[in-house]
Design a protein around this ligand. Structure first.
Ligand code: PLP
Length: 406
């Protein structure tokens, strides 16, 4: 008899963004004259830059001629893109990563959801709390997380590592020993990050306990401070214990274009088995390659002009981050992030819960953000605003917040 994968039935509803959408819809219906500004979802607003567009147009034209047409892309990605990534993102920074250790994909969401497949179901995962939900949900779907405890809002077989203001958003090493450790740095949602010395302690810890770190660097382009590492491979020993996932979404505005990559170093082995060959097998079996046009767009990101243009995009959003951070700080809010990340994580005022503050901000300032509790129980009492809006909307949102929270 056919049976469904019952692990899916254990998943809590994807409550966060649907509840936000419902609340905003109800507010707009009741207040049709009020303009709502959305600083909630982490999608970008600025268009693709000229060098990237030009490369895409050229690739589209190539696809229209028999001599330059491209069919299936190599599963692991075109060499022109893998080489550009290896050179610019790693070798220029002194990290030893070769082009054939890079696996091109359609984005970091797919990779961060799929990577767990190459590990045994008995592996225990450790995640920070709050956390980007994909890490936990993908493991829960596979049956690795136990049961969901509605009351505690936690899975019974997941090791949670709280990241709060009390520990400076630097989680302590867990008491129980994990097999897989998910780290997202700079962090979504807290916007905080680790220094190289702090990250090195995680690499040393993973090496000591025999765990693998799954390092999500989707927001790497937003790092502005000197002592913050741009890759986990800046740390000694990381090639033997870490996989790094990257995205073109937030640095180059590819959220609707779709491109990312995973680095699986050849030195990374579990009980003698190289994870590189497992991921190559998985990728080759289940993924038919990112489109040629998009990989050419990705290649353009690494040209001098492309690099300059994407720095412009990042600066644009970081100017919003500054406006939000400084505006909220001047009002006496306790504010984190927004320096090395496009997210501002604030403590809700007057001990409001995350959802109470969501309602308050929506009704008083007509601004939408994301309740911190939606990212995990330790996010309760916090709230996330994103810097991905336009300058105009961000400035307007802050003016309204200043008027209403003086
Ligand atoms: N990882 C983190 C931490 C994210 O916040 C996001 C998107 O918001 C992603 C991955 C997804 O990136 P992509 O658009 O490349 O799938």
């Amino acid at each position: 008899m056919v049976k469904v994968n019952e692990n899916y039935l254990k998943l809590p509803g994807s409550y966060l963004f649907s509840t936000i959408a419902k609340k905003v819809a109800a507010f707009t219906e009741a207040n049709p004259d009020k303009e709502v500004i959305r600083l909630g979802i982490g999608d970008v607003t600025q268009p693709l830059t000229p060098t990237i567009l030009e490369a895409m147009h050229k690739a589209v034209d190539e696809m229209g001629k028999a001599e330059t047409f491209h069919g299936y892309a190599p599963d692991l990605g075109y060499a022109f893109l893998r080489e550009a990534i290896a050179k610019t993102d790693y070798q220029k920074r002194g990290c030893k990563v070769e082009a054939d250790e890079i696996f091109v994909s359609d984005g970091a969401k797919s990779d961060s959801g799929n990577i767990q497949e190459i590990f045994d179901l008995s592996c225990r995962i450790a995640v920070t709390d709050p956390v980007y939900p994909v890490y936990v949900d993908s493991n829960a779907m596979a049956g690795r997380c136990g049961d969901y405890d509605q009351k505690q809002e936690k899975w019974t077989n997941v090791i949670y590592m709280p990241a709060t203001a009390e520990n400076g958003f630097v989680p302590e090493f867990p008491k129980e020993t994990p097999d897989l450790i998910y780290l997202c740095l700079p962090n979504n949602p807290t916007g905080t990050t680790l220094t190289k010395t702090q990250l090195q302690t995680w690499v040393d810890y993973a090496a000591k306990v025999g765990a693998v770190i799954l390092y999500d660097g989707a927001y790497e382009a937003y790092i502005s401070e000197e002592d913050v590492p741009h890759s986990i491979y800046e740390c000694e020993g990381a090639r033997e214990c870490a996989i790094e996932l990257k995205s073109f979404s937030k640095n180059a505005g590819f959220t609707g274009v779709r491109l990312g990559y995973a680095v699986v170093p050849k030195d990374l082995k579990v009980n003698g088995t190289p994870l590189h060959s497992l991921w190559a097998r998985r990728h080759g079996t289940k993924f038919n390659g990112a489109p040629y046009i998009i990989q050419r767009a990705g290649e353009a990101v690494y040209t001098d002009a492309g690099q300059q243009e994407i720095r412009g995009l990042v600066s644009y959003y970081m100017e919003n981050a500054r406006v939000i951070r400084e505006g909220l700080t001047s009002l006496g809010f306790e504010v984190y992030g927004g320096v090395n990340a496009p997210y501002i994580w604030l403590k809700t005022p007057n001990n409001l819960t995350s959802w109470e503050f969501f309602d308050d901000l929506l009704s008083r300032a007509n601004v939408v953000g994301t309740p911190g509790s939606g990212f995990g129980p330790a996010g309760e009492g916090y709230f996330r605003l994103t810097a991905f809006g336009t300058h105009e909307n961000t400035a307007k949102a802050l003016e309204r917040i200043k008027e209403n929270y003086k």
